[in-house]
Design a protein around this ligand. Sequence first.
Ligand SMILES: Nc1ncnc2c1ncn2[C@@H]1O[C@H](COP(=O)(O)OP(=O)(O)O)[C@@H](O)[C@H]1O
Ligand SMILES: Cc1ncc(COP(=O)(O)OP(=O)(O)O)c(N)n1
Length: 277
Amino acid sequence: MVNETPQVMTIAGTDSSGGAGMTADLNTFAAHGIYGANIVVSVTAQNTLGVQHVHMLPPDMVMAQLQSVADDLAIRAVKTGMLGDAATVKTVAQGLQQFNFGPLILDPVMVAKGGAQLLSDEAVATVRTTLMPLATLITPNIPEAEVLTGRTIQSPSDIMAAADRLHSFGTKNILIKGGHGNAHMVTDYVRLENGEHFWLQTTRFDTPRTHGTGDTISAAITAQLGLGVTLKTAIMHAKAYVDATIRDGIAVGHGHGPLNHFPKVTAENQPEVYDEI
Ligand SMILES: Nc1ncnc2c1ncn2[C@@H]1O[C@H](COP(=O)(O)OP(=O)(O)O)[C@@H](O)[C@H]1O
Ligand SMILES: Cc1ncc(COP(=O)(O)OP(=O)(O)O)c(N)n1
């Protein structure tokens, strides 16, 4: 008898250039040796220069995909990426309550690196009220954390206050990603359900080839959870992995280029961990 292959799932939009969204998620799952199911909510015409067109799938088609997977597969962890609009957010929340797909990693994708809006303004409140209470972990970047909390973030204490506020919306664990800006170091902040909190710091790579970093770290966490590690270990592995995907880069396109989802991970990729910064 063959042991069941571990399975995880992404609920996201496609990226025709293959760098972000569902492709980044599936490549990340494959790089971790875990099987990935995929629920498509939107199709984007997109390249490394920007997003040219977005087509949302009807909510009943999203629900039909969720039903099909639930009827047959054994999903151990699920992540959401680009969800686009309030109707889709509501449908996904309904599906996640109806079916058991394991822990939810909520990547609240709002704006692509090129500036295109990937979540409508009215959908932000829906994410807050319907998905955040279901999520095991939310992974906003700084601008997304500002929108979700309604507060400006300018300092480490602002980041910690934002994490507390995000926690008050019902999400158990928080990872605020620090890729935006141009400081010499990139610093992510983690606040866990047990009250533990710490900063993860790595050297910033001075490169435009960072398309899909947010998708990739959240997919790596999802993959690790599917493989059975603790959330803290999953976050540490995922941080080292995303660092390697940038460090061991590839040259594709003329703008914000994609990552190398099959990189060499070395000791250099391990983040420094600080209780305070
Ligand atoms: N230039 C960079 N060098 C090193 N790490 C980066 C760089 N840009 C982003 N990261 C890391 O990639 C992950 C995703 O961060 P971020 O870019 O803020 O997310 P998003 O893609 O959602 O905007 C974080 O762990 C962040 O620290
Ligand atoms: C279809 C789709 N989904 C998500 C994104 C944004 O991905 P993210 O990982 O947040 O990365 P950047 O584009 O900001 O690097 C996208 N562009 N398209």
